[in-house]
Ligand binder design. Structure first.
Ligand code: UDP
Length: 236
């Protein structure tokens, strides 16, 4: 029995760097593709949003003098590069998939459409949603909450390099303790950085639970789908 029938998996661009300081680590990419294959083989319908932080972020660009909107558009293009890389890695191990884009750019990807995405997932294709929301000033966390809600996912799985939500940043504070579950309100009141506020508000208002877990440990995605309590559930 799988815990969730349809998932929206959010992968950060930064994680794709693996041990590199920029770009895409082919080993990390292959690990991710393999993990996705495992849950796809279990019959789970999979939608994916990938960030672009390994290549470009609009906000950091604007701090260096780039126009913010153009910088965000560059960031969205970065998500397309990552999406194509994941699509290729999935294809190489026999997982049928398609890239959809929030901004028209055929033939790189199909222009996003909720019903076409659901139809494709029901037909066994993994759907990779690129360009985030398609608008500047948003993040791919918000893009994930939006797509997760639209495709009626049972949960958003936020794959990170930490194994859940902590009372403080565990990479900085060794006394930080992990939550097994926590409400959206508590995340907000404690100023915990699970996702940005827009993404958190979207999930809360539309009742999309978020499961935070460490995707960098091979096999963890499958464990989440099997119901192993390895991360933190954020809920209403
Ligand atoms: N971005 C955007 N609109 C969106 C999603 C992303 O403008 O809906 C841009 C923004 O500049 C962002 C960049 O794309 O910094 C990369 O996305 P994000 O920072 O979310 O990537 P991650 O941190 O997950 O790697």
């Amino acid at each position: 029995m799988v815990k969730f029938k349809r998932i929206l998996l959010k992968l950060s661009g930064e994680s794709l760097m693996g041990s590199q300081s920029y770009g895409i680590d082919p080993n990390r990419l292959a690990d991710y593709a393999q993990q996705i294959k495992e849950v796809h083989d279990m019959g789970v319908q999979v939608g994916i949003v990938i960030g672009g932080g390994n290549i470009f972020r609009g906000l950091s660009g604007s701090q260096k003098g780039f126009d913010r909107v153009k910088g965000d558009q560059m960031g969205m293009c970065a998500t397309v590069i990552n999406s194509l890389a994941l699509s290729s890695a999935l294809g190489a191990i026999g997982v049928k998939n398609k890239v959809m884009t929030a901004i028209r750019m055929e033939p790189i990807g199909e222009y996003y459409n909720k019903w076409k995405a659901i139809e494709a997932m029901e037909n066994g294709l993994v759907c990779i949603f690129s360009c985030g929301t398609g608008s500047p000033y948003f993040t791919t966390d918000t893009g994930s909450s939006l797509r997760g809600i639209e495709i009626e996912a049972d949960v958003m799985l936020k794959g990170t390099r930490v194994d859940g939500v902590y009372t403080a940043d565990p990479e900085k504070d060794p006394t930080a303790t992990k939550f097994d579950d926590i409400t959206f309100d508590e995340v907000y009141n404690r100023h915990l950085k699970v996702m940005d506020l827009t993404a958190t508000a979207m999930c809360k208002e539309n009742n999309l639970p978020v499961y935070v877990f460490n995707m960098d440990v091979v096999g963890n995605l499958k464990k989440v789908l099997e119901g192993e309590p390895i991360g933190t559930l954020v809920h209403n």
